[in-house]
Design a protein around this ligand. Structure first.
Ligand SMILES: Nc1nc2c(ncn2[C@@H]2O[C@H](COP(=O)(O)OP(=O)(O)OP(=O)(O)O)[C@@H](O)[C@H]2O)c(=O)[nH]1
Ligand SMILES: [Mg+2]
Length: 479
């Protein structure tokens, strides 16, 4: 038995960037040949790609955790680490990608459409790349950045031109079976169809797809029957077809009230009002069915609906129906903008790449920004020289000037990053730009230690409370 899965939660983690290497070239009789540590490789991305041969999300239901490979660290002799491999995940045509809060991130339609669900971390620069006239032999390298990890939801919406809707047993699957080569399950009990069926119809020069959805009953919007769950597959269709049963033996039912009930459920689901509709009166091979069809036709036409008498059993009226549907599909396609064969969906980045902000919350100054936060992730805090390099970079970006402008004073706590992963240090303002102050290699007191936020806060409060002597040394750049 095949299982149809049309909604899954997927946890993706892109590959980490490889660390840069700190190494010094060594040769016989030439002990200090300069820095030659190579860069780390980029971590692999996690990429979703539409592959029309994939029809369900079942694969991800079984294995919801996916990770791309990490970049390799750089090596001595200027060896660059290998890039991690991208993890390419094939998804069905019509897959919608949502974030954890239900916001749509991407709508993947058309073979080859691509979405980067997790971005691989950048590799860290090796010490060779960090060398400059001022810093001839850096004794540190940058760390690779962690790969982006995300929880996303994939939802499948069938990409069909025509959707057949109606009560259970109205003959929707029967119609697909006679209009197309598809062979869905057909039976005389309700809810035969548990997942949408799809068929391809050729009418003259137009080729289009028809999908049915499991039968709807009154109260489907409250979850009765199979509920409205499957209507998401109708959302992309250009035309809705009401399949009305003219031969039902159930009391209280006739084609007109059936139509009203289904329309009420569609309205409850929402978003389908603008779709053109037509009506199929089915089972007119049965004499009573044809009689009923003749009775209700004027009413339906008075509502402005196009009406087709058909029979999925005797195949009556099918040719007219398939051409009428083909015409509507052709119109809908002509009205739609032409889509490129391959679309790449790029998720907009939340933060401004060049900027940063400084805000104050009870005495703690918080620096947010793509660059400062990235630089912090790249820093090996066990290496003083690396920490000094970070201080330089922040200074050049103007973080220090901005701190001064918003009123930060010596000794105030400064946090870089969000609440969860901030690096916190005490601010020791430099007097003039930071770059020249790194006189002594491997020493920089400005970023003295990385300590938990709570500890820093307690310390600050204690300082304020009794005006006690500050317990750490002043940093004198001219020392
Ligand atoms: N006489 C007659 N019977 C039909 C016709 N179309 C469908 N049927 C019968 O109606 C019953 C239900 O048909 P299905 O095609 O399974 O109906 P459905 O709308 O797909 O039903 P669900 O999947 O349960 O929603 C079957 O026994 C069919 O043989 C028709 O044109 N004439
Ligand atoms: Mg069916």
């Amino acid at each position: 038995m095949t299982t149809f899965v049309d909604r899954v939660e997927l946890h993706v983690v892109a590959g980490n960037g490889g660390h840069g290497c700190a190494s010094v070239h060594r040769e016989k009789f030439k002990p200090l040949g300069g820095p030659d540590g190579g860069d780390g490789g980029r971590g692999g991305d996690v990429v979703l790609v539409v592959d029309p041969d994939v029809t369900t999300l079942l694969e991800y239901h079984h294995r919801p955790h996916r990770k791309a490979t990490n970049g390799k660290p750089g090596g001595g002799g200027n060896r660059t680490g290998a890039h991690g491999q991208d993890l390419v995940l094939p998804v069905p045509d019509g897959t919608v990608v949502l974030d954890g809060r239900g916001e749509v991130l991407a709508d993947l339609v058309g073979r080859g459409t691509t979405f980067v669900a997790g971005q691989g971390g950048r590799g860290g620069l090796g010490n060779a790349a960090l060398a400059s006239p001022r810093r001839k032999a850096p004794g540190f390298a940058l760390l690779g950045e962690p790969g982006e990890g995300r929880d996303i939801v994939l939802e499948l919406k069938t990409v069909a031109d025509i959707a057949l809707v109606g009560y259970p047993s109205a003959g929707k699957s029967s119609l697909i079976s006679v209009l197309s080569a598809a062979k869905p399950k057909i039976a005389d009990y309700p809810f035969t169809t548990l997942v949408p069926n799809l068929g391809v119809v050729t009418a003259g020069s137009t080729v289009y797809t028809v999908a049915d959805v499991p039968g709807l009953i009154p109260g489907a919007s409250q979850g009765k029957g199979l509920g409205l769950e499957f209507l998401r597959h109708v959302e992309r269709c250009s035309v809705l077809v009401h399949v009305l049963d003219c031969a039902t033996l159930e009391p209280d039912r006739d084609p007109l009230t059936d139509l009203d009930v289904i329309e009420a459920e569609l309205a409850e689901y929402g978003g389908l009002d603008d779709r053109p509709r037509l009506v199929v009166l089915n089972k007119t091979d049965i004499p009573e069915g044809q009689d009923l069809a003749d009775i209700v036709r004027p009413d339906l036409e008075a509502r402005g609906l196009r009406v087709f008498d058909v029979s999925a059993v005797s195949r009556k009226g099918l040719r007219d129906l398939s051409y009428a549907l083909g015409g509507l599909v052709a119109e809908a396609r002509a009205a739609k903008p032409v889509e490129e064969a391959t679309r790449v969906v790029i998720r907009p980045r939340a933060v401004n790449d060049s900027g940063f902000t400084v805000t104050e919350e009870d005495g703690l100054y918080r620096v947010r920004g793509e660059k400062p936060e990235r630089w912090v992730r790249q820093t090996d805090f066990t290496n003083d020289e690396a920490v000094g390099y970070l201080a330089d970079r922040l200074n050049r970006l103007g973080v220090e000037d901005e701190l001064r402008r918003v009123g930060a004073r010596e000794g105030d706590g400064v946090a870089i990053g969000s609440d969860e992963d901030a690096v916190i240090f005490d601010w020791e303002p430099s007097l003039s730009g930071g770059a020249e102050m790194l006189g002594r290699r491997g020493e920089d007191h400005r970023l003295e230690t990385v300590r938990p936020a709570e500890e820093r806060r307690r310390e600050r409060e204690a300082r304020r409370g009794d005006g006690a002597q500050r317990e750490f040394e002043e940093f004198n750049p001219f020392d």
